[in-house]
Write a protein that binds this ligand. Structure first.
Ligand code: PLP
Length: 221
């Protein structure tokens, strides 16, 4: 068995049953995805719309493609026909644009709201009050082609495990508030996308349901 297949199997064995693995294949060649697919992996994450479109066209159609990075409104059209989850929605403007492209394709696109908790100002996202404002707005309520299924966030890139834990727990708290206020009876609002190669074990302890792992599976980019 090759390295990639080996890593997929090893990681999957350690994941609790309610946690799904997003194999982050950005910048990696299609052969690498094929090897992971051969090991049973079906969810892949990419962060460039055109690269994702090309991979979608060339690879098996039962792959669920997740868009994990910052999405520009003019790139939505490349992925709207097939994307299964958009992880990092950080504004009403983006949500409206996704809704428009989803409608053209006669689809409802699942999205996560991205929370900003890290101590770095290079990352995109919103805080809890921004999220509440969006979800209670008239503008949001009329959108029929997007569905918010949870939240996503990234912790500060640090060795300080207590800090990472604290940030993930803050994302989870935000998730809990949104669930209680807006989605109490909505079974689909259940995803907490947290954790990358260096911090996914902490994320799982803090309640993650979707871990996004690239380097540990595919090697350095
Ligand atoms: C690249 C990326 C990942 C994967 O990071 P690794 O450290 O390679 O596991 C996860 N989430 C997002 C948003 C990314 O951009």
């Amino acid at each position: 068995m090759g390295y990639i297949a080996d890593q997929i199997k090893r990681i999957k064995e350690t994941l609790p049953e309610n946690v799904n693995l997003v194999a982050v294949s950005k910048t990696k060649p299609e052969e690498a995805i094929v090897e992971a697919y051969g090991a049973g992996q079906r969810i892949f994450g990419e962060n460039k719309a055109q690269e994702l479109k090309t991979k979608y066209e060339n690879l098996p159609k039962d792959i669920q493609w997740h868009f994990i990075g910052h999405l520009q409104t003019n790139k939505i059209k490349y992925i709207a026909p097939f994307v299964s989850l958009i992880h990092a929605v950080d504004s009403m403007k983006l949500l409206k644009a996704i809704n428009k492209e989803a409608k053209k394709n006669n689809r409802v696109i699942d999205c996560l709201l991205q929370f900003y908790v890290a101590e770095e100002d290079t990352k995109w996202g919103m805080d809890l009050s921004d999220a509440r404002e969006i979800l209670q707005s008239e503008e949001f309520i009329v959108l029929e082609n997007v569905r918010i299924v949870g939240v996503m966030g990234m912790a500060t890139y640090t060795d300080d495990e207590d800090q990472i834990k604290k940030e993930f727990s803050e994302i989870k708290k935000g998730f809990g508030v949104l669930k209680a206020v807006f989605f109490q009876d909505k079974s689909w609002f259940k995803e907490l996308s947290m954790g990358m190669s260096h911090d996914y074990n902490i994320a799982i302890e803090e309640g993650s349901t979707l871990v996004r792992i690239g380097t540990t599976i595919f090697g350095n980019r």
